[in-house]
Design a protein around this ligand. Sequence first.
Ligand code: NDP
Ligand code: HEM
Length: 523
Amino acid sequence: MPSPQVFAATDGAVYTTSNGAAVAHPLAAERVGPVGPLLLQDFHHIDLLAHFDRERIPERVVHAKGAGAHGYFETTHDLSDITSCKLFTTVGKQARLTARFSTVGGESGSADTARDPRGFALKLRTEEGNLDWVFNDTPVFFIRDPAKFPPFIHTQKRDPQTHLKDADGFWDYLSQNPESAHQVMILFSDRGIPDGYHNMHGYSGHTFKLVKDDGSWVYTQIHCIADGGFKVLDTATARNLSADNPDYGIESLFETIDAGNFPSWTVYIQTMTPEQAENFRYNVLDLTKVWPHKDYPLRPMGKFVLNENPQNYFAEIEQVAFAPSHLIPYFEASADPVLQSRLFSYPDTHRHRLGTNYHQLPVNAPITPIANFQRDGAMAFNNQGARPNYQSSITPLSYLNNKGSIKGTPRDYERAKQHESWVAGAFWDLSEITELDFEQPRALYQNVLDDAARARLVSNVAGHLGGAKSAEVKARTLSYFASVDQSLSDRIAKAIGAPTAKPLAVKPASEAVRFRHGVGAAA
Ligand code: NDP
Ligand code: HEM
């Protein structure tokens, strides 16, 4: 990454004020005589306090606790049959990247070993602009309608009155929104507590689109598979670590890289044509579903390696700003409504958290020159020089400056064809709960987990749900698990000493409202 240390003094430098003037006695405030009152003229002292008073910026509203490092992405397999992205069509091409891994619900001082999904965010600095992959360590998510996101997050955070985490709110919300069952099953399985930040996989979860310059495109999902495998901590070890070393994840990532054991991942894609999507059992835009491997096999495309620790955590990790809307030509968002909502939310929060010109910070700046008409604003230190302030519409694109000479303005990007895409229907299809919503969590429970893993899942859920006070919330949550698998629910009921419960009443899969995916509708 471009060095944010460019103006930092080297070892042995003379102590200075913030305007670079040497200070003879930095540990002594100027005063009248040896014991008299302090002097307003002591810029060093006043500046020191004033800057200290302003050191904190808002922490991320979610994913506040995290660790990060730098490295590189490399294309290992040519994808030119399905995309015209330059990075992904030349084997051996590399892009420098910055990664940040995080827990979701806790504050910036919370424990790295919490049972929580993990954020898995990468910023790939490509020759066509920054491509951010803002993923999680689970292939699905709790909800599929973005209107549910803020209230959902509130139920996982602190109660407005007690300022305590609230097991009743947690399960009340999830059991009322049963599309969450798949993510909840993964969260309370072994993978709910990864062993540090570098021993886990990352998944796009969302469907994206890979596009070619002839206008053709495929849907895609991305899987970053940890080369060392997905390692987990057992619940007791994680609980002990949260007391003894809440920064376990940050520490182990830093020390692993420091020791030269660079963590690496192999990157795969799944692809689906628009025609396949029409016949897919689930809605291709449904973030609570995976694409079964046997129908949509993983295809290798690249790898990435983390080989450089940050020199300055705040500058390079706290200030890094990832956004699912930071996309590059031929790598596009699908109409998944949660993804569409995220396209807005991240740059919006960056403007609040880091400021209007957040993209100019060294860690966020693309390696490509920026050429547009966004100018000024607080802390504009790359203000695009003398280039004119508007785009000419005459050909060739040019601008007559006030001295009568011609200057260039940014020219339009020449792209062969824009493609059309399907946008209709997603909301209605995604709002209804049917038996379809329990098929994949059931497959996880019945086919992927072994007996011992099933027993740990039961114990993990019971440990949390047992903390809820409301009998109604417990009963509804048991029905929610009964919809996945009756024996799972019965085992949890037994463990928390509650009556057994019947599955939730939902429509059968055959009555799910299905929308056909018209490829030609205008975007
Ligand atoms: P497969 O039977 O082909 O593979 C099972 C997948 O489950 C593997 O990716 C495996 O990861 C992963 N897995 C193993 N243990 C857990 C766990 N505790 N939590 C989450 N994932 C785990 O899968 P199918 O495609 O037929 O899907 C079956 C079920 O597997 C799905 O319903 C889903 O719950 C889960 N799954 C599916 C994924 C997909 O993209 N299809 C991705 C991840 C999970 P690994 O290869 O590292 O062992
Ligand atoms: C962080 C919003 C769903 C992955 C954040 C942040 C916001 C946010 C506001 C803080 C960003 C910052 O301060 O820099 C939302 C909304 C969602 C949503 C509105 C749904 C409507 C998801 C999903 C995923 C995800 C589905 C993964 C597939 C992440 C990650 C981060 C994050 C990895 C941390 C990025 C970092 O390390 O800086 N989210 N989110 N989010 N989100 Fe989401």
